[in-house]
Design a protein around this ligand. Structure first.
Ligand SMILES: [Zn+2]
Ligand SMILES: [Zn+2]
Ligand SMILES: [Zn+2]
Length: 173
């Protein structure tokens, strides 16, 4: 499990800001993004493929956009819970190199899965879509795995994709 369980997350978000009573809170979380790559360049902006449980699991900060009060924050790695790992997760570039072509069949197109920091506002209306805080190639945008749909070759990073701590990684919800 991450640093917040779903019940704690739900009650924290439902309560709004304890300082100024605003209903809307800003959540930051590392969540799953699928990116299609052609010759190691993104073919599209990618799309989110997380669910609500994974959003809660990756949460590392909850703040109030109105008064800047910090409701929750943790510097642990959001993926493996290593102490102080958040700084590496946000500051480092992806450590899993994506080849230009599939190493086994030479296909040009690869499907990659990334963990990307995102922000979303909760409360006071329907939840908007998370906005990515890092794009492909920027610090914080970490490749977790890539796969070739032509030959089913797949490569998954064995260390923590966010902070580089050695595996095995804790299970995610
Ligand atoms: Zn506030
Ligand atoms: Zn292949
Ligand atoms: Zn980690």
């Amino acid at each position: 499990m991450g640093q917040l369980d779903e019940r704690t997350f739900e009650s924290t978000v439902a309560a709004g800001c304890p300082a100024c009573k605003a209903a809307t809170l800003e959540i930051k979380s590392f969540i799953d993004r699928r990116v299609l790559l052609m010759l190691a360049d993104p073919n599209d902006a990618g799309r989110w493929v997380h669910d609500g449980e994974k959003f809660v699991d990756g949460t590392y900060s909850i703040t109030c956009p109105s008064c800047k009060h910090t409701v929750f924050e943790s510097d642990m790695c959001p993926r493996c819970n290593a102490a102080g790992g958040l700084a590496n997760a946000l500051g480092d570039r992806s450590r899993l190199p994506i080849p230009k072509r599939c190493p086994s069949c030479n296909e040009l197109e690869l499907l990659a899965l990334a963990l990307v920091p995102a922000t979303a506002r909760y409360g006071g209306g329907p939840s908007p879509k998370p906005q990515p805080l890092a794009e492909y190639g920027e610090p914080g945008h970490h490749m977790v795995a890539y796969a070739c749909e032509s030959c089913d070759n797949a490569v998954v990073t064995q260390k923590c994709p966010l902070c580089d701590a050695p595996g095995p990684l804790r299970p995610r919800p």
